[in-house]
Design a protein around this ligand. Structure first.
Ligand SMILES: NC(=O)c1ccc[n+]([C@@H]2O[C@H](COP(=O)([O-])OP(=O)(O)OC[C@H]3O[C@@H](n4cnc5c(N)ncnc54)[C@H](O)[C@@H]3O)[C@@H](O)[C@H]2O)c1
Length: 282
């Protein structure tokens, strides 16, 4: 069977996919890959994003209902879980692909953050994972044994990327919540992991000032180059499948080798060229 037809890895599995905005969104690509692999799922995003986005097209392509939910509201997360439980009963997987920093949007420097915005960045991008897990497991007890939860992260959690500003902090918190919850859900055999994706041209990604430079740097440093949103989707499928049932509490780099490579031949050659040009001018 070719990979374009799928391997049936998620046959019979049900889930929730948060964060598909338009066809560039990583969550959009994950939804298509999960559909290809035989899963059924609900799509969710903030009401405002549903108005701006093109989610109806994805809903039609995958047969997935769209359930609005602003994850900054506990009440909305609770309502969403109630609606999903009514439709599907217990579920097997959740994708958290949600990130937003009002400070980055408003071009506030890290040393001059608006603290209300900072709290929103942490709430929407990180604490929402805690809320989702709390309502799905504690309140509604709607995740099957063997279930899998994946949240998308970025290497800014470990190493500082100046333009990523308070999202570096938000991702560090997100990864910590995944570990904390993962340790508590082990008795139910529920896995919680983060996938640290390399830079990807999406609405959230390209909204960051200097993103093109970060993208190019990662492309040149990573032995395999930058992973696409579709590559990330395939990786998420493996994590939702039973093939990774003993993987939990991990931050898994999906970055073409970026996180481990020190420098590449290409970057050395580029820097040598720049140095010799400078030399020629002086
Ligand atoms: N693009 C990249 O380079 C990159 C790299 C690593 C990790 N990520 C992460 O991947 C995830 C998905 O981002 P993306 O790049 O696909 O961009 P995207 O803009 O397509 O997705 C971000 C989503 O978050 C949703 N969102 C924002 N506020 C919300 C709220 N209050 N309630 C519910 N949803 C809300 C947006 O509507 C959007 O759908 C994010 O966590 C992002 O940080 C992205």
């Amino acid at each position: 069977m070719s990979s374009s037809q799928g391997y049936g890895l998620l046959k019979g599995k049900k889930g929730i996919i948060f964060g598909a905005l338009d066809e560039r969104s990583i969550a959009w690509r994950v939804a298509l890959a999960c559909h290809r692999e035989g899963a059924e799922f609900a799509l969710s995003n903030a009401p405002i994003a549903l108005r701006l986005g093109q989610l109806d097209a994805l809903s039609q392509a995958t047969g997935a209902p769209v359930i609005p939910c602003d994850v900054s509201s506990e009440e909305e997360v609770d309502k969403l879980m109630t609606a999903v439980r009514e439709k599907y009963g217990k579920i097997d997987f959740i994708l958290h692909a949600i990130g937003m920093s009002p400070n980055i949007r408003k071009k506030k420097e890290y040393t001059d953050l608006d603290y209300r915005f900072f709290q929103q960045s942490l709430d929407i991008s990180a604490i929402s994972l805690h809320k989702i897990l709390h309502y799905a497991t504690e309140v509604h007890d709607m995740v099957n044994d063997g279930g899998s939860v994946v949240a998308l992260s970025y290497i800014g959690a470990q190493r500082i990327f100046s333009k990523y500003s308070d999202m570096n902090d938000a991702k560090a918190l997100l990864e910590s919540i995944a570990r904390n919850y993962g340790s508590r859900l082990g008795d139910k055999k529920i896995r919680v992991n983060t996938v640290s994706q390399g830079p990807t041209m999406t609405s959230a990604g390209s909204g960051i000032k200097g993103f093109d430079g970060m993208y190019l740097f990662a492309e040149k440093l990573s032995p395999l180059g930058n992973p696409s949103a579709d590559d990330c989707a395939d990786y998420c499928v493996t994590l939702f499948s039973d093939l990774t049932r003993m993987v939990t509490m991990q931050n898994l780099y999906h970055d073409g080798g970026f996180s481990t490579n020190g420098i590449s031949e290409e970057l050395i050659a580029d820097l040598a060229r720049m140095y010799s040009q400078d030399d020629g001018l002086s």
